[in-house]
Design a protein. Structure first.
Length: 114
């Protein structure tokens, strides 16, 4: 997952939650997210951090992979939504700031060989 606008990498080890079961579980089984890790939830326009053990950054993306909304360091027990989003990236807290990702940026989702 790369921010094409800023030429930065958001995640190089991301899972895709593209089924109902994967979306329901999300990051609940994780104790943390390491730098470079993430979860791309497709489709998705809202997330909650109930029962989570750590804060996360959220990047809401439309169908053209344009960033529609960002939220940094969302702590456990919160709800966040972006009704114009098609998907959301859940990333380690601090990733948005480190990559300079803002609304309007274009993202590229690439599958690495392997």
């Amino acid at each position: 997952m790369r921010n094409k606008t800023r030429n930065t990498v958001l995640a190089d080890q991301a899972d895709i939650a593209d089924t109902s079961a994967k979306r329901r579980t999300g990051l609940l089984k994780h104790a943390c997210l390491e730098a470079g890790e993430g979860l791309w939830i497709v489709p998705c326009e809202s997330v909650h951090t109930w029962f989570m053990k750590f804060p996360i950054d959220l990047v809401y993306v439309d169908e053209r992979h344009k960033v529609r909304k960002v939220r940094s360091a969302v702590p456990p027990w919160r709800l966040s939504a972006c009704l114009v989003a098609h998907s959301v990236l859940e990333l380690p807290a601090g990733t948005i700031g480190q990559t300079g990702t803002v609304r309007g940026d274009e993202l590229v989702f690439e599958k690495l060989p392997g």
